[in-house]
Design a protein around this ligand. Structure first.
Ligand code: SF4
Length: 445
């Protein structure tokens, strides 16, 4: 059933409203505001777009419903929607910018709360991802979004997952209230530097973004500690905070982007930094924007590097150096690091500690743990590594098993570089439209 059918079934007569009494019905409003929300990637949307086929069941759409993962690994479907796309700001890269001439719509808090509950009761969704353009001014927007949450939590006693966007520049009291009502809050960092923010999103201020992030972090820590003493203490954003960073709209290098991400993880304990490749939606030639999007692989490489920061013990400074500040599109960041540090290889699999194992291309956290456990029962050979889940086609260049090397006559970085680039080219040629699974990232890199 399409979103239109769903809405018509729920509200057969439609609900009219909006901007200057334009009389946009609810179905149209959902279409506009779900479409406008699709560029926000910080809720882990699946991004797929597939229609039901005759005799089939279900469909997936790029906009409207997205997926995220709960702490126990369950996939949750969320209604992903904007409160309003009627923005007062004029960010150069955004389709909702004030100077664009296209359909605008806004929900009232009760409309959006009713819609969420109606969808929930019919099992279409399990939660809500709510964002908004700046309608009137930041505090007004945040108040309206909080009102949706209040209605859901207090009137409908809705206990499902809610992810809300913190509106930069809004009053700390409103951020506080949002944190007490939502599971996750995310404030988008938007662009990698203050200069780019000034150029492309002049109404946004770096401090207006960083201050709510800091507040969310501090309050999360405070409420977690209180909860240890008083079990009845409320939760504050129990699913933590995340952010979204646009890449390719401004000239910052991957090194700057990764250093910023690392800083955000360390300073504010963010759960995720989501990278969003710039999509040229505004075509006015006078805007200070690149003509096209960045290469698809750039976003992918940044995500791989981000995983190395979060799960493999790497630091941004190690992955990229000032004189080569961008990730190689032909090689993944872990292979790149290994080839720049030949003195660390080959690693003897039967002796290396966990930290060293994690630095070997083709070995991820799960296989590293399995290696450490399995070798307690005796020395490991290449065959055993395959069974354990090591990606041998990559790892063989960087390891020995009981002194045996299977990556060629001996470890020669230049030759290994050529072979890996060839393999990666094959991988890249099949990359178009292909999304790597989490396991592949974790274990294959
Ligand atoms: S504030 Fe900027 S990025 Fe956000 S909706 Fe408005 S124009 Fe778009």
């Amino acid at each position: 059933m399409t979103m239109d059918n769903q809405v018509q079934k729920l509200y057969p007569k439609g609900i009219t409203n909006v901007r200057g009494g334009d009389g946009v019905d609810l179905s149209e409003k959902i279409k506009i505001l779900a479409e406008s929300a699709k560029y926000d990637v910080s809720c882990s949307s699946s991004g797929s777009n597939r229609k039901n086929s005759p005799g089939g069941i279900g469909n997936a759409a790029q906009a409207g419903i997205c997926h995220t993962w709960s702490a126990d690994g369950r996939c949750i479907s969320l209604l992903k929607i904007l409160m309003s796309n009627d923005c007062q700001y004029d960010c150069a890269y955004c389709s909702n910018r004030r100077s664009n001439d296209f359909p605008r719509a806004s929900f009232s808090p009760s409309e959006l709360a009713d819609l969420t509950i109606a969808f929930y009761r019919r099992n279409y969704i399990e939660g809500l991802f709510l964002s908004s353009a700046i309608e009137e001014y930041p505090d007004r927007t945040m108040e309206k979004m909080n009102e949706v949450l209040r209605l859901l939590r207090k009137k409908y006693l809705f206990n499902g997952y809610i992810h809300i966007k913190g509106i930069p520049g809004s009053n700390p009291k409103l951020i506080h209230e949002a944190g007490l009502l939502a599971d996750r809050i995310s404030v988008n960092i938007e662009l990698p530097s203050e200069e780019s923010l000034r150029l492309l999103a002049p109404q946004k201020k770096r401090q207006g973004i960083l201050l709510p992030m800091k507040q969310i972090h501090q309050e999360s820590v405070k409420y977690r500690q209180e909860k240890k003493i008083f079990r009845s203490a409320p939760d504050f954003a129990p699913a933590g905070q995340s952010t979204q960073l646009m890449i390719g709209a401004s000239p910052e290098s991957d090194r700057q982007i990764l250093r910023l991400s690392e800083g955000l993880y360390q300073k504010f304990q963010l759960k995720r930094v989501y990278f969003s490749a710039y999509v040229p939606v505004n075509t006015h030639s006078r805007l200070p924007l690149p003509a096209g999007p960045p290469p698809k692989l750039r976003e992918h490489r940044l995500y791989q590097a981000d995983w190395l920061l979060r799960f493999y013990g790497f630091h941004a400074e190690e992955l990229l150096e000032p004189d080569s500040p961008d990730l190689d599109l032909h090689l993944d960041p872990k292979c790149m690091w290994a080839l720049r540090n030949p003195h660390c290889f080959p690693v003897e699999i039967n002796r290396a500690d966990m930290k060293t194992l994690l630095r070997v291309p083709g070995i991820g956290p799960v296989s590293a743990r399995r290696i450490v456990t399995a070798r307690r029962s005796g020395p490991l050979h290449f065959e055993a590594l395959k069974r354990i889940g090591v990606v041998i086609k990559r790892a063989r260049y960087f390891i020995t098993c009981q002194g045996r090397y299977e990556g060629g006559p001996d470890f020669q970085p230049d030759r290994v570089h050529q072979l890996l680039v060839r393999e990666h080219r094959l991988e890249a040629s099949s990359f178009n439209g292909y999304q790597m699974s989490l396991d592949e990232w974790m274990e294959g890199r």
